[in-house]
Design a protein around this ligand. Structure first.
Ligand SMILES: Cc1cc2nc3c(=O)[nH]c(=O)nc-3n(C[C@H](O)[C@H](O)[C@H](O)COP(=O)(O)OP(=O)(O)OC[C@H]3O[C@@H](n4cnc5c(N)ncnc54)[C@H](O)[C@@H]3O)c2cc1C
Length: 594
């Protein structure tokens, strides 16, 4: 499943000589990230319509090969050659521009030209499809891409989500002006999008935004200072500003589209003041923007601005969950290769109980996030087709995935680094970048606290979306009949308790400090039920049911920290999970009985 890369064979040459390079474990470079991903290959036929899966599978395979190959090489280079801001031209004019390394430009060609990620949900004609791609396919492709390159996924995704907002909310005139450029597949000519919301006054507290909009001679002009602007040099940015005289707080915010260039080709009245020196996402330019009377187009009046912007935020949140799942998958693949090849004390390190436990701790959150994002994406497809229940599932699944998968990504990345040992800390191996990139997921589009509050206070407390989700999970448990009844009963009982806990926290303001715990419980039980259902479908890897039990035991059950755990069960589970053989339901059923 996780064959070592060609680095191994070049290492052998050294090993016969003097350098001992053969002692160093290989990495996943050169692998096809689709072909080696048993989970993804099993689940796509469950979550996609059969005809779509048949048509798109060659594209998954093609991107998997690119991701493990050329994109991976380019991503390594782009990370070491971050973008550079030129604030003025040689005549001293404020013609600011950002220079990117050719490696980044080549990745853009793959993303915006070849695969057309930005347009695939919005029009027919990408990847040979006669209609827009289903969300499941788009996010599966994002998942494959991000296993190689994380930074560029921000501009890709935010262009996609900007198109969504303009299509849905802009006037016909504005749509006619912007959409043909934004939906183009011509990388040199197309207009890419972005979203500037955060100011120094606060990212969580959006109502504190200070940017103002003034109407003069029939044109809106913006004044203010946007503090965090990813994809700073995008061709069009969606942003929130307060029209003069509008109410304070979120009620007074309107949504604007800000073009980088005016219709006559001249620069609009804003400057990228500087680029941020970031811990991760280093290939992509995040900057600070000073709005000095920039011309902008009104998308929605004050009062509707935040509501409409939240549609973009929610789409981004889902994509962030997918990106976390992708980086965790890369971590798992890398850790497995190391574990199966590195030797210490005369054995391969995968043979040691502590290392095996560490591998399970990396694998389970990764598999949980895979199931969660595919299920959420399918909910999106159904909601787009008018299914109101699916709309409710998506309402709660989105912040659940963003909150928990992005948090899990951090220990998973650190764990994978540790499996490689000291080399994992060295920047020429991918683990160091994975550790750096993992951290941004808990910040942008709302921190963990903000997402947990959204889940408990709004999705549970106001929308009651958890109840709609629970009804679907109950149905999936009924469908998972091949699984032992006692195991399914335990999942049902745990679901009931997680729902009651979330409702209690939502109902009692004094319990707010439990919001993250309650949100985590909902995430864990949802993923455990999904993985049980998936394992029960014919031909799926039986390991998924073991992952579900591991979630139950480690995330949803009381553990005594002063006594050994039930080692025998877990040793048997690890044996199956970490083996390279086929695992069927019959192999795991005994491990699900109580
Ligand atoms: C590299 C990078 C790129 C970014 N790109 C963009 C971009 O393109 N566009 C954009 O709009 N923004 C962007 N952001 C901004 C990002 O979304 C914000 O940093 C984030 O939303 C947090 O806002 P803040 O930094 O103002 O922190 P604060 O809002 O000041 O939060 C500080 C702490 O207080 C906590 N907190 C706040 N309110 C509560 C509460 N009610 N209960 C409990 N805890 C609370 C938060 O959880 C956090 O831990 C980017 C950030 C980074 C780092």
């Amino acid at each position: 499943m996780h064959a070592p890369s060609s680095h191994r064979s070049s290492g052998n040459v050294d090993a016969q000589g003097k350098h001992g390079a053969d002692h160093i474990a290989p990495d996943c470079a050169g692998q096809n990230f689709y072909a080696i991903d048993r989970g993804l290959r099993d689940l796509l036929p469950l979550y996609l319509e059969p005809a779509d899966f048949r048509q798109l599978e060659p594209q998954f395979d093609r991107l998997g090969a690119l991701s493990g190959g050329r994109l991976d090489e380019l991503a390594r280079i782009a990370d070491k050659h971050p973008p550079v801001l030129h604030p003025r031209d040689r005549f001293g004019r404020d013609e600011d521009w950002v220079d990117y390394h050719s490696s980044y430009r080549e990745m853009e060609n793959v993303a915006f030209g070849d695969f057309q990620f930005h347009a695939m949900s919005h029009r027919a004609g990408t990847l040979g499809m006669d209609r827009p791609l289903p969300a499941v396919a788009k996010y599966a492709l994002q998942y494959l891409f991000v296993q190689a390159e994380f930074g560029l996924m921000c501009p890709i995704s935010v262009t996609d989500t900007s198109i969504h907002l303009i299509k849905k909310f802009a006037s016909t005139e504005l749509k006619d002006y912007l959409l043909p450029k934004m939906l183009s597949g011509d990388v040199a000519a197309m207009w890419k999008g972005t979203q500037f919301m955060t100011e120094r006054s606060g990212g969580s507290d959006v109502g504190a935004i200070e940017t103002t909009a003034r109407l003069a001679d029939g044109e809106w002009r913006l004044y203010g200072d946007k503090w965090f602007c990813s994809h700073a040099d995008a061709d069009v940015a969606l942003l929130l500003a307060r029209p003069q005289g509008a109410a304070l707080g979120t009620k007074g915010l309107a949504l604007f589209a800000l073009p980088r260039r005016l219709k006559d080709g001249s620069r609009n009245g804003y400057r990228i003041v500087r680029l941020k020196d970031k811990l991760g996402t280093r290939s992509m330019a995040s900057g600070e923007i000073l709005l000095e009377g920039a011309v902008a187009y009104l998308v929605s009046d004050a009062g509707q601005g935040l509501k409409q912007m939240m549609e973009q935020v929610n789409l981004s949140r889902l994509s962030h969950g997918v990106r976390a799942a992708a980086m965790m998958r890369r971590c798992v693949n890398e850790a497995m290769v190391c574990a199966r090849t590195r030797t210490a004390f005369g054995k391969t390190i995968i043979e040691y109980p502590l290392l095996r436990r560490q591998l399970l701790k990396i694998t389970v959150p990764s598999e949980q996030s895979l199931s969660m994002f595919l299920f959420a994406a399918r909910a999106m497809d159904r909601a787009n087709a008018g299914d109101k229940d699916a709309e409710a599932w998506l309402r709660i699944l989105t912040p659940l995935l963003k909150f928990r998968a992005c948090r899990d990504n951090i220990p998973v990345a650190t764990g994978a680094m540790e499996v490689r040992g000291g080399n994992g800390y060295i920047e020429e191996w991918v683990q160091a970048r994975l550790v750096r990139d993992a951290h941004i997921g808990v910040l942008w589009e709302g921190t963990s606290n903000i997402n947990a509050l959204d889940i408990v206070a709004r999705a549970v407390g106001k929308s009651r979306a958890h109840r709609a989700l629970a009804a679907e999970l109950e149905r999936l448990l009924d469908e998972a009949a091949p699984m032992p009844p006692a195991f399914r009963d335990r999942l049902r009982q745990t679901l009931d308790r997680a729902l009651a806990f979330a409702e209690q926290v939502a109902a009692e303001p004094a319990l707010e400090e439990n919001a993250r715990l309650a949100a985590s419980s909902l995430y864990h039980i949802t993923s455990a039920i999904l993985m049980t259902w998936e394992a029960a479908q014919g031909g799926t890897d039986g390991r998924r049911a073991l992952y579900a039990r591991l979630v139950l035991e480690h995330r949803l059950s009381r553990q005594d920290p002063l006594a050994p755990g039930d080692g025998s069960w877990e040793r048997a589970a690890a044996e199956l999970v970490l083996s390279e053989r086929e695992v069927a339901i019959a192999d795991v059923a005994g491990l699900l009985e109580y």
